[in-house]
Design a binder for this molecule. Structure first.
Ligand code: MN
Length: 202
């Protein structure tokens, strides 16, 4: 069964003015679709065909660049769209709030440190919040379409929050102003989804 593009679950203009409709449509239908098409082509006829995306990511042969780049691209974007559900942004609460307070002191300090990770990722990549065994959370970033679940990427743990800092995610609306895009991201992040992912990761 080949991988297919997941529906967003909301309209392309639902995140305006923070993320514009044109960026969302191109990002979803062109960029994400291309990762899926290329992943399907890369695994066709190989032992990876028939595995789940999580199985492919966790067991990644990091020298297999087509699967690494496009499998990561599919996993990372699938999570990203889920995080941006606009109908209810929720609020940070429960065990995730406790974990963030414990690791960073406050939600505000966490947001500053996460934003700094997104800003200092040189070139294309992602900023992440990951859950370690036991529930501790930590921030990291990765290049290209690498994912913390892949072997040796360095973050360890399970990602529950990811921010795409490729220029294709923001250039139409923000041009080179990545900081403005990162600041806008907090306006469309659904904390309930992050909390749900935290609880499932434990
Ligand atoms: Mn992207």
């Amino acid at each position: 069964m080949a991988f297919t593009l997941p529906a967003l679950g909301y309209a392309y203009d639902a995140l305006e003015p923070h993320i514009d409709a044109r960026t969302m449509e191109i990002h979803h239908t062109k960029h994400h679709q291309a990762y899926i098409t290329n992943l399907n082509n890369a695994i066709a006829g190989s032992p990876l065909e028939g595995k789940t995306l999580d199985e492919i990511i966790k067991g990644m042969d990091m020298t297999n660049m087509p699967v690494r780049n496009n499998g990561g691209g599919h996993w990372n974007h699938t999570m990203f769209w889920e995080l941006l559900r606009p109908e209810d942004k929720g609020r940070l609460s429960g065990p995730l709030k406790d974990a963030i307070d414990s690791a960073f002191g406050s939600k505000e300090t966490f947001m500053e440190k996460f934003s700094a990770a997104a800003m200092t990722r040189f070139g294309s990549g992602w900023a992440w919040l990951c859950v370690l065994p036991g529930g501790k959370v930590e921030i990291c970033s990765s290049p290209n379409q690498d994912n913390p679940l892949m072997p040796g990427v360095g973050c360890g743990g399970t990602p529950i929050l990811g921010l795409d800092v490729w220029e294709h995610a923001y250039y139409l609306n923000y041009q080179n102003r990545r900081a403005d895009y990162v600041a806008a991201f907090w306006n469309v992040l659904n904390w309930n989804v992050v909390e749900d992912k935290y609880n499932k990761a434990l």
